[in-house]
Design a binder for this molecule. Sequence first.
Ligand SMILES: C[S@@+](CC[C@H](N)C(=O)[O-])C[C@H]1O[C@@H](n2cnc3c(N)ncnc32)[C@H](O)[C@@H]1O
Length: 366
Amino acid sequence: MIAHVLRRLWLWFERMYLVYVVDRIVLASSIRKFYRVAAGHIYFQALAAGVELDLFTLLDDEGSKSLAELSKRLELELQPCRILLQALTATGVLQRKRGKYANTIMSRIAFSSRDPRNLKATILWQKHIVYRPMAHFLESLREYRNVGLEEIAGTEATLYERLGRHPKLEKIFQDSMQEISIQANDLLARYVDFGKTRLLVDVGGGNGTNLLAVARRHPHLLGRVFDLPSICEKANQHFEAERMADRLSTIQGNVFTDEFPEGADTFMFCHFLCIWSKDQNISFLRKAYEKLPVGGRVIVFDIMENDSGDGPLAAAMGSPYFIGLATGTGMIYMKSEYEEMCRQAGFTRTARVELPREHTAVIATK
Ligand SMILES: C[S@@+](CC[C@H](N)C(=O)[O-])C[C@H]1O[C@@H](n2cnc3c(N)ncnc32)[C@H](O)[C@@H]1O
């Protein structure tokens, strides 16, 4: 009898302990995941505050600091400063050792001005342009349009056109595009073969950062940015400043209403087709196809979704932005979808170059 009771007790203890262990491991990890996704909007504001206060550059320059030191340097009262540091430390942006706060490898690379790979402009773009509009995400899904654009004054249908009336926002936007492109276009220039390209047209080429990278590495080619008028102005200034205006110039145009230029043997679409619907993309690719000689190519260079449809995280960041704010039509498409769009536009041969930083170049030949 006693043995039976003891055995029942032991089984009960084992079960309870097991439950405890399961709770500690499984539940705790689910809760961590919950906070990571459910409070992203708050963590982001803490990060943006740190970037705007230039906290990460300060820590990079001067090493770890105590709360009291940071409160003084950042000109924040002790408790607000502590709240900022608490958020940044708990999310793993900063680390706290022996009572002092220091950068992690990630924050030193991504948020200190000293690192050429930093993504500070991207954080400012997210804060000043994207953050408020994304509060309308559900309406955007329901209405299948970029409802969030209503947060930015104007009547134009896309963020790109509307930014033309907001020079400060347009600068924030172009700075971040340049920052993202500078990191990615080095891969494009290095790993995609431009050996036979003579005249390269970068459709929606922005301020010309991609074209500059390709042209520097391939001195035999000439390039043109094809973009909206206010952006072409910026690209021309950029080419002048970089002393490349003898080889690089711009063509003002709208992909919907204007013909593509004659004479190009390569059209490039960098971070551009993700903005639009598949049908719109096929029409742009067809416009390029019609202007190309036999053997001419289009290069689609972008962050792309895996064909397995389960990532990367960059797709989960990009697609909601395109539907909720930028145009209401685009998304981060799969690599195989881009290949199919090229085929539907008339191209017979496609190839892929998989690149680091979640970028892929899909190359289609006429
Ligand atoms: C996401 S940005 C990409 C810029 C650049 N290709 C890069 O990779 O950094 C999209 C570009 O498309 C341009 N764009 C948007 N609508 C356009 C239109 N209807 N016609 C031509 N260019 C357009 C914008 O002005 C902007 O420069």
